[in-house]
Design a protein around this ligand. Sequence first.
Ligand code: F0G
Length: 422
Amino acid sequence: MTSVQRCDQCRASYDELDPRVRCACGGLLALEHAPPAEDGASLRRLFEERWGQRNDVNLSGVWRYRELVLPSAGERAVTHPEGNTPLLRRPAIAAWAGLPQLRVKHEGHNPTGSFKDRGMTVGVTQAARLGASAIACASTGNTSAALAAYGAQAGIPALVFVPAGQVALGKLAQSLAYGAKTLLVRGDFDACLRLVQQAADELGVYLLNSINPYRLEGQKTIVLELLHQLCWEVPEWIVLPAGNLGNTAAFGKALREAKALGLIDRVPRLASVQAAGAAPFAQGFAEGFGARRTVKAETIATAIKIGDPASWDRAVQAIRETDGVVTSVTDAEILEAKAVIDAAGVGCEPASAASVAGARRLHAEGVIGRDDRVMAVLTGHVLKDPGVLLTYHQDTDPPPARANRPIEIDADLRAVARVLGR
Ligand code: F0G
C-alpha cells in the first residue's frame, strides 16, 4: 500500500484499507501518500500529458492528479468523469466586485452540479474497495446528490439524511432521481450530522461526510486543477464559500502538499466566506481562533446553513498557513452577487455567490488589493435552487434592483409590440 491514514490528534496510523473513518481516540483521520518519484517539474509535465488523453481515468479532473489523491486506486476508480471545470473571466462580475483580475472557477459544471463530485468519486471508490454494503451522509443537499449518483454508478445502496423542508428543490429531486433512500430529518443539518454518525457507528454503513478523509483528497483537486489552469502561476487569492469547512480544510491540504512537492513555490492566501447568519468560523477568526464557536444557523443560502462545522481545526490550520482571512456576507449581498453572476450568463446557486460577495467586501475593506489576481470558486449550479431564484425575480415586492420580472401576455402580436415599446 502506498498511503496511510493518520490521526490529526494522537498521530496513530491506519492502513489505507482500514474501514474506520475516525481514529480510536475520536480524532479525524487524514491521508498521507508515499511521495511520488517525480519532482515538481516532472509532475507538472505528467499532469499536462494526461490532460487530453482519452482513457477514463485521465479524463477525470480528479484522477489526473492521482499521485496526490489516491495513488493505489489506479484504474478501479468509480469515475463519471468529473472535474475539468472552467475558469471564467467575466468583466461584469469582476466590475461588480471592483476587482479587474477576478476570475471564477465554476464547480457547478461537475456531473451532479457541484464540487461534491470531486470528493465523492474518491469516497465511493474507497467504499467499493472496502466492499461497503451501504453508504451514507448528512447533507444540505449537494453531498447527498453526489452520494446518490456515485452510489448508483457503483451499485452500492445510498442513504441520505437531509433537514426536512430546508433542502433546495433541485438537490432533493436529484437524490430521489438517482435512487438514494432519502430521509427527511425533522431537525437542522447539525442534527442530521450527529444522527448519521450514530447510524454509521451502530448500523455499519460507510460514512461519506467530509470528515471522511477520502472525500477531502478529491476536493483538493479543485485547487490543483485551478493552479494547473493558471500554468502553476500562483494567484494572490483563492476565495471560497464556507459551511462545514471541509473545502477550506481540503484547500489548505492541497496547497501545503503542492508546495512540498515543488508544484508551486509559494501559496496563495485563502479567503473563506460565510453567510452572516451562519458564521461561527468568521466569528472565531475575528477572535483570533481562541475558542471553537457554534451558532443556530439561519441564511437563504441553505447549502452553508451550518452552525457547528465539523472540520474546524483543519480549517483554522488552512487559514493560518496561508495567511488567510475569514469573513461573512449578508443574505442581501449574496442575492445581489448571485443576480450579477446569473445575469452574466454564468449562474450559480446562492451559497456559491458568497465567494464573489466576499471578494467584493474584502476589497472594499482594503484586504484584497484592486489588482490582485483573485480566483473565486462557484461551488454549485444555478438550477440547484430554483426556489430562491423565482422568489427573487418574480415574487418579491417591491422588486429587488436586479429583478427580471416575467411578463404574462395574451397570445397576440400587439401585446408583444407593447412589451417592446412599439
Ligand atoms: N457551496 C455549496 C454549493 C455547498 O453545497 C457547500 C456544502 C459549501 C459551499 C460549503 O462547503 O461545507 O466544505 O465548507 N455543502 C454540504 C452538503 C454541507 O451537504 O452538500 P464546506
